[in-house]
Design a binder for this molecule. Sequence first.
Ligand SMILES: Cc1cc2nc3c(=O)[nH]c(=O)nc-3n(C[C@H](O)[C@H](O)[C@H](O)COP(=O)(O)OP(=O)(O)OC[C@H]3O[C@@H](n4cnc5c(N)ncnc54)[C@H](O)[C@@H]3O)c2cc1C
Ligand SMILES: NC(=O)c1ccc[n+]([C@@H]2O[C@H](COP(=O)([O-])OP(=O)(O)OC[C@H]3O[C@@H](n4cnc5c(N)ncnc54)[C@H](O)[C@@H]3O)[C@@H](O)[C@H]2O)c1
Length: 443
Amino acid sequence: MDKFDVVIIGAGPGGSALAYDLKAQNLNMAIVEENLWGGTCPNRGCDPKKVLISALDAKRQAEHLVGKGIQKAPKIEWADLMKFEKTFTDPVSSGTKKGLEDADISVIDGSVKFKDAHTIQVGDKQVKADKFVIATGARPGILEIDGKEHFKTSTDFLKMPTMPKSVTFVGGGYIAFEFAAIASAAGAEVHIVHHNDRPLKAFPAADVKRLISQLEANGVQFHYGVDVSRIEKNEQGYELVSAQGFSLQTDQVFCTAGRVPNDDTLALDQAGVTFSKRGVQVNDHLQTTTENIFALGDVVDKKQPKLTPVSGFEAQYLAQEFAGDQTAIAYPAIPTVVYGEPRLAMVGLKAADVKEKADQFEIKDLDLTGWFTYRRLNEPLAHATVITSKKTGAVVGASLMSSEADDLINYFAMAINGQLTPENLKQTIFAYPTAASDLSYLI
Ligand SMILES: Cc1cc2nc3c(=O)[nH]c(=O)nc-3n(C[C@H](O)[C@H](O)[C@H](O)COP(=O)(O)OP(=O)(O)OC[C@H]3O[C@@H](n4cnc5c(N)ncnc54)[C@H](O)[C@@H]3O)c2cc1C
Ligand SMILES: NC(=O)c1ccc[n+]([C@@H]2O[C@H](COP(=O)([O-])OP(=O)(O)OC[C@H]3O[C@@H](n4cnc5c(N)ncnc54)[C@H](O)[C@@H]3O)[C@@H](O)[C@H]2O)c1
């Protein structure tokens, strides 16, 4: 039987990063993966999605400049775009596995089940370790309704050989908004069906309203307050039905109503680890209810957003914890972005968090469409909400909407985490004209 100091279960961005960090501490390491090495983000998440966003950007930015130096907006060729996307995803799994092997980390293919707190079963092999780290991420959730077998997932969307004439997303979160923007730019009729009237709930309501108007202007149709109860396959495609009489005919239907942590497949009860539908329970040292078993990333039950850099931050934290640092984990302000045209990005406090505290915080609400940075692109929607502390002058929160928002939000994250004031910012000379050179007018 193989025996290691640490075995990591799941080779996504979190698990793989931790494997390298622990190997650098000279630990005898193994990492187990049941599917594609590299995990969700580079194989079926962030990276292939952002490749598709590149075509969306090119099309929409050209459209905005028609009559202003551009003659005709380009058309997206879906099959070519998919081929381009595959050049990114195809090498990921073998490359990730080889990188780990080259670093002298033992790699094991297979699906893990716990036997006890110090032993796992992988296929016909038992593996022992002093410590385990559960880094198994999450999978697309499927609503428990009649005809649920007709649902496609985000993974299917990112491999779709042709763009159907019409596509429907059930659940209006990050994935639906991003994929709706891509599919409508690629020429599909797009529907988002949402069970209440507040999609993208984590983002400020006023921003979401602006984003919805923009998507609607591009032809996306929203259906609110609809609980889809049945999907029926028919000759034309699929019919979505609700008990209240809603009916929608579509060529393809995607379940985008949230992701499910991969904690129910590991026989965690054999090891005494407490878990739920929200994820594995951990303390503020990322330690589970069993002393020698830790967890990180999307599989963890936490209030922080489940994002790649958050998994990476937790991997970095656990490496320090295993090296003997006893400090509890403290998350910095975490930026998050909904990619589309425009992007919607947010970090730190929201206007709604401080609206009762007008004496302590100043809120700037700025329409940026007339600012040089955005007017040169003729962007129809560019907006910023910036919150500063009246006491210190430091920025404490921002939400941004524009084609530049995904990059610009990182400056706000640095400003918030560094407690920077407008005076501090004046010490930096930013290249001009860039989105960052607007910072002194925003903060
Ligand atoms: C469509 C989409 C777009 C996204 N876009 C973004 C984005 O733009 N920015 C961003 O920050 N985040 C994005 N995310 C989220 C991001 O992908 C995740 O937060 C990130 O991948 C989490 O990393 P992780 O290492 O915790 O888990 P994962 O990347 O999910 O890796 C977990 C690994 O564990 C393996 N595993 C599971 N069970 C077992 C088992 N029993 N035995 C062995 N191995 C197992 C899985 O196969 C997987 O490889 C997106 C997600 C999706 C689905
Ligand atoms: N840009 C990014 O960083 C990015 C992009 C994609 C995914 N992700 C990650 O993946 C996660 C999952 O994304 P997601 O979009 O699947 O989920 P989500 O949690 O962002 O959104 C799901 C939405 O579906 C709604 N919903 C739930 N049940 C429903 C029902 N029965 N009918 C209709 N609507 C319903 C919810 O109210 C919610 O608004 C994200 O939370 C995020 O952690 C991040």
